[in-house]
Design a binder for this molecule. Sequence first.
Ligand SMILES: Cc1cc2nc3c(=O)[nH]c(=O)nc-3n(C[C@H](O)[C@H](O)[C@H](O)COP(=O)(O)OP(=O)(O)OC[C@H]3O[C@@H](n4cnc5c(N)ncnc54)[C@H](O)[C@@H]3O)c2cc1C
Length: 405
Amino acid sequence: MKKVTVVGGGFAGLTVALKLAQKGFKVHLHEKSARLGGLLGTEYGEFGMAERAANSMILTDRSEKLFKEIGLDLTFPLESSKKRFIFRGFPKAMPLNPFEILKVAFTVIPRVLFAKASLKPNAGETLKDWGLRRLGKAATTYLLGPAMQGIYANESQDLSASLIISPLFKKDREKFRGTISGPQGMQDIVDYLHATLQQLDVEIYLESDIDVSNVDGPVVIATSANAASNILTKCAPEISKILARVNMSSLISTTVFFDKAQTKYKGFGCLIPRGLKLRTFGVLMPPYIFAGRNKNYNETWIMGGKNNQDLLNYTDKDLLDLISKERKSIFKRQDSILDAKIFRWNQALPVYDLELEKIQQELSQSPALAAKDVFLHGNYLSGIGLSKILERSERLSEEIASQHG
Ligand SMILES: Cc1cc2nc3c(=O)[nH]c(=O)nc-3n(C[C@H](O)[C@H](O)[C@H](O)COP(=O)(O)OP(=O)(O)OC[C@H]3O[C@@H](n4cnc5c(N)ncnc54)[C@H](O)[C@@H]3O)c2cc1C
């Protein structure tokens, strides 16, 4: 039985280990920290649960299959989660006025019908420039910018249109059918993956700092880009240098439990456009997304990104004061805080910027890794979200099987 080493026990490492073990490989999984899951996980406290990072995963055929394979029940969102708000004076389901909607419709619909290719972004074009060119100012500021900053945790002028928009034109693109989680939150996914890997005899080493230059057989590096750069310093210095150029940004996810429920705006959450002197990217409303998350009313406030790194140095009190101040502007409410769970993710997420566009190109053309039987995996390669990471786990395991099966 051929051995494969997987380095990193986040969602990328766990899912690629699963796919490889299912193909009959003997998998050794090395995780540097004392727990599996990486960014993924849930904390349970007196006032309710708080997600450490991701609060749900996109439902695709692949993610549904994954849940089945690991024996985890799919938890579907509540009807209320279908409503999503964007702040423009107050939270609005549609932030554009009728004139702006008509303008977008007249610009975009003819292109979608008769000249779809003209909507494709240019290489080296920022998301903001693409939006201004193809959708106009209002739609870029109040729809495209907030929506993408909600996923990529950075502002549209710092994002690459090609990395974000081009995949939407792919013919074999997976259909998005909503969002899912586990009954006890995202920690369920980690726990059920862990249990399934044990059943498949995957050897899991926690607190392991493995030197990959001494490993025989294929190696999958499933860590963040900056960790991958460090891991490859000795065995693939040229790739290590390329990966060191990936810009990373920090995020803070704060779940705040309040003494009273906010009932005026019931939905998935509210995104906050830039340029309004508000520092929050978005507010999630867990009690209105999944059942059983309403022990005490809570909201998850997401802040950070490349232009807000200073927030990482805020004390808990400063952060909660900022949230209370911005909450007053957004929801016009001042409720007492019962408890808060703050997760600071320092340099945790890749910035999907123009530099990453170049880096992905360089990596795809470099023979250095193939020669060394090293495969890269993680959220800086083919998408930041879990469904995209899962797709890559499947593709990578097929590639390794075709070379070593
Ligand atoms: C606040 C926030 C909210 C998010 N919300 C969503 C969401 O709702 N939906 C969604 O789909 N995505 C969301 N994401 C993105 C998603 O959570 C991440 O992209 C994904 O979890 C990354 O998984 P990963 O395995 O690639 O990396 P990580 O989770 O970073 O895992 C990498 C692992 O590698 C380990 N490691 C590092 N160095 C070494 C080493 N030398 N040896 C061994 N192990 C090592 C680390 O300890 C870690 O466990 C969110 C992210 C954040 C921060």
